[in-house]
Design a protein around this ligand. Structure first.
Ligand code: ATP
Length: 388
């Protein structure tokens, strides 16, 4: 198990800053870098691999500064979306290729290692098959096996599953998680798919415009996003945002939409005297048959049946609000319904800066703040803070 540490890493391409003051640590866990296209994920991975030189900052593996080391001078394996296998070799030779040149193992030890890794990926029976005769999923397993057979200190994956169909992708995610845990290899996995990031990471690092926005367990990041970007990026359908007014009255704070009270909470002085946006996740809203029962009323504009549940788009005072309801609840277009905003599920954001100033009051035991051997949340939060 090796510790990877990035300290204030920055990468500029001409006048463009692709990655800005990035600091993070991973140690034997699976850290997923997630963010929209162009946010700097691949550049970060390429700097860790030594394929790009940082403009500034340092990269350490097990405390050793590898920032200026060539890719071959770092114990790193990388897998891309494109499997890049040797087409003229069979599976056994493909997997064993890395060992042939970089390992001090004997021939029999090399054979044993290749067989071990093939078994781990469930491709033992394919070892003597030509690569051209493999399916996409099998090829990807060979590519992953070839990378891991060398026991790298750090394993880097850049959207490795995106060319697979949805079912195979989901299966491979589970397999990768299992193998990563079994080997305990420090792994950085890049994806733009927030669902993939949420389902497979020990921790996720959300990036935007080259800056780290938040790092933590998927649960903590989803429940307590530290800013509006993270709140809107994670979750499908996305969080609802409403511009509200905040008023204090008789020891209570009232959140108002067009002068109409949506929620009342006990004193919340932070939200006073600044423009505020209220956020609520679609699954946290409560839809009521009787429009008179809710804190506010909405008109059903669209119902998207999903099988397990339905996404209902409501018009509330001229805004579209999405809520998720069980599939058994089937409101019809044009229906008038009631809507409740549970006070303990409300997020509030500073309208201008986007910072979260209130998050749902979920029991801390429900959210893994940190997992695995890496316990540097404090450092990471500091580094994030310095970025903004
Ligand atoms: P995607 O998910 O689309 O791959 P990404 O988050 O991985 O995106 P990067 O590929 O890291 O993003 O790119 C970050 C920014 O740096 C982008 O604006 C990109 O245009 C720019 N960039 C990346 N590589 C280079 C390069 N070699 N020369 C110039 N600009 C580059």
């Amino acid at each position: 198990m090796s510790e990877l540490r990035l300290e204030n890493v920055r990468k500029e391409f001409g006048s463009e800053t692709a990655v800005s003051e990035l600091s993070l640590t991973a140690d034997g866990d699976l850290l997923v870098l997630v963010g929209p296209s162009g946010c700097g994920k691949s550049t970060t991975l390429r700097m860790i691999a030594g394929l790009e030189q940082p403009t500034d900052g340092k990269i350490f593996i097990d405390g050793e500064d590898v920032t200026r080391r060539s890719p071959s001078g770092r114990s790193i394996a990388m897998v891309f979306q494109n499997y890049a296998l040797y087409r003229t070799m069979n599976v056994r030779k493909n997997i064993g290729y890395g060992l042939k040149h970089s390992s001090a193992l004997s021939k029999s030890e090399r054979i044993e290692k290749v067989e071990e890794i093939a078994e781990m990926f469930g491709i033992s029976e394919l070892l003597d098959r030509e690569v051209s005769a493999l399916s996409g999923g099998q090829k990807q397993r060979v590519a992953l096996g070839r990378a891991l057979v060398r026991d790298p200190d750090v394993f880097l994956l850049d959207e490795p599953l995106s060319s697979l169909d949805a079912k195979l992708r989901s299966q491979m995610r589970t397999e990768l998680q299992r193998i990563q845990q079994e080997l305990g290899v420090t792994t950085i996995y890049v994806t733009h798919d927030q669902k993939e990031a949420m389902t497979m990471s020990d921790r996720l690092a959300v990036m935007n415009d080259g800056e780290l926005q938040q790092i933590g367990s998927p649960e903590a990041t989803y429940v307590r996003p530290e800013n509006r970007f993270v709140a809107s990026f994670l979750g499908s359908p996305a969080m609802n945002f409403l511009d509200i007014d905040v008023e204090r009255r008789n020891g209570h704070t009232r959140y108002l939409l067009d002068s109409h009270e949506l929620v009342r909470v006990s004193d919340d002085t932070q939200a006073i005297d600044r423009p505020i946006q209220l956020g609520i996740r679609p699954e946290d809203l409560t839809l009521l048959d009787d429009p008179d029962d809710g804190a506010t009323t909405g008109t059903v504009r669209h119902v998207e049946y999903q099988g397990n549940d339905s996404f209902v788009r409501l018009e509330v005072n001229g805004r579209i609000v999405t809520c998720v309801v069980p599939a058994s609840v089937r409101p019809r277009q044009g229906d008038s319904v009631g809507l409740n905003f549970p006070p303990d599920q409300i997020h509030l954001f500073d309208m201008d800066a986007g910072d979260a100033i209130r998050s749902p009051s979920v029991d801390a035991s429900d959210t893994r703040i940190e997992t695995g051997p890496s316990t540097t949340e404090g450092n990471e939060t500091d580094s994030r803070g310095a970025n903004r």
